[in-house]
Design a protein around this ligand. Structure first.
Ligand SMILES: [Zn+2]
Length: 354
């Protein structure tokens, strides 16, 4: 057993001793950590070796540190960025998609993403204040809170990012010679999130869908019919039925026990749904008010920037899920607010737990 394999099978890999490092996961498959400018610190890019050149799953954040780590990592594997043939991106977030266009420029590789996340890339071009303002108003935030949040974004601009070359949808076999990969459409974290299943090695390349420690957030519902949390929960049983030997997430570390992890995630998500159902029974609320009440402090005071956006999004996501279950109704306002349906009045809180 090489040192890398020892680290992989040891508890807490690869966090023991600090940052993760380039690790052989299986013959011809490597985990290559690239640094991120903020938490969670690293993104794990997976390198698949082929006779034609390497293929990458995810690309990392587009800055010089990320680029340097990618080129050094590929060099350590005896190859080069110029040799990359394809980049399969799990989702549109910039810690995953960021470097993909630059890798394509250097190598001529194709870049693939789900069509729904290609559409989400367009939104990154919009000014962040535009996106946040729309979200907060939809959540019924008071106008002074909206203005304060937008002031925080002064000086920021949208990110102009080039689109992928091809789209991947559910149950496709992407063209990676010598590898038996299948795409699995796993919406929730983003509308077009993809996992990849390697049936030969029984590996689930899971992107941000199933991290070993962090419970990732869902994307904001796009319209009245959208239920990102319901979509997410609906992917879990089919993934467990695959019975992977190893789950390879895009952050933190690989792990083997998917059944336990799915149980933890399902419990954590549905516990919040149950709490929200109880709060809704107490009377009409805006998503903004609810977002505060779901916090231990009971308020959104002091929250700014990304944490504020994530907290408000989470409330909208849970409310959209209760709406799908027939338990909540959105009233247009102003401000837009949410009420319990007769069904919710009749249901015990336990009904909303997994
Ligand atoms: Zn990520």
């Amino acid at each position: 057993m090489s040192i890398d394999e020892e680290r992989l099978s040891g508890p807490g890999w690869p966090l023991k001793g600090g940052r993760p490092r380039l690790t052989r996961v299986r013959p011809g498959l490597w985990s290559l950590p690239l640094p991120l400018p903020g938490p969670p610190g690293d993104v794990l890019v997976y390198v698949l070796e082929t006779d034609a050149g390497p293929y990458l799953i995810d690309a990392g954040w587009n800055n010089e540190e990320g680029w340097a780590a990618l080129t050094a990592g590929l060099r350590a594997l005896g190859t080069r960025v110029e040799d990359v043939r394809g980049v399969l991106v799990t989702h549109s977030h910039l810690d995953h998609y960021g470097l993909a266009p630059r890798i394509r420029e250097a190598s001529g590789a194709w870049v693939a993403l789900h069509a729904l996340d290609d559409a989400a890339l367009v939104e990154f071009r919009h000014h962040p204040a535009l996106r946040l303002g729309a979200l907060l108003r939809r959540a019924g935030a008071p106008e002074d809170a909206v203005r304060r949040a937008l002031d925080d974004l002064a000086g920021r601009s949208g990110v102009d990012i080039a689109p992928p070359d091809r789209h991947l949808s559910d149950r496709e076999r992407p063209d990676v010679p010598g590898w038996d990969l299948t795409t699995l459409w796993t919406p929730g974290h983003t509308p077009g999130h993809l996992c990849f299943w390697d049936s030969r090695h029984r590996l689930l390349l899971a992107g941000d869908h199933l991290l070993p420690r962090t419970k990732v957030g869902m994307h904001a519902p796009r319209d009245e019919d959208d239920d990102p949390l319901g979509d997410y929960l609906g992917t879990l049983d089919p993934l467990m039925r695959l019975r992977p030997d190893l789950v390879l997430p895009a952050h933190e570390y690989p792990y083997t026990d998917l059944v336990t992890r799915v149980g933890e995630l399902r419990d954590a998500h549905t516990a919040r749904v149950a709490t929200t159902a109880s709060l809704l029974r107490e009377g009409p609320v805006t998503a903004w008010q609810l977002a505060g009440r779901l916090r231990r402090s009971g308020t959104l005071a002091g929250l700014r920037g990304f944490p504020l956006r994530a907290t408000v999004t989470r409330a909208l996501v849970i409310l959209a899920h209760l709406r799908r279950l027939g338990a909540a109704r959105e009233e247009p306002g102003p401000p837009p607010h949410w009420t319990a349906t007769p069904l919710l009045e009749r249901c015990a809180e336990a009904a909303f737990r997994s």
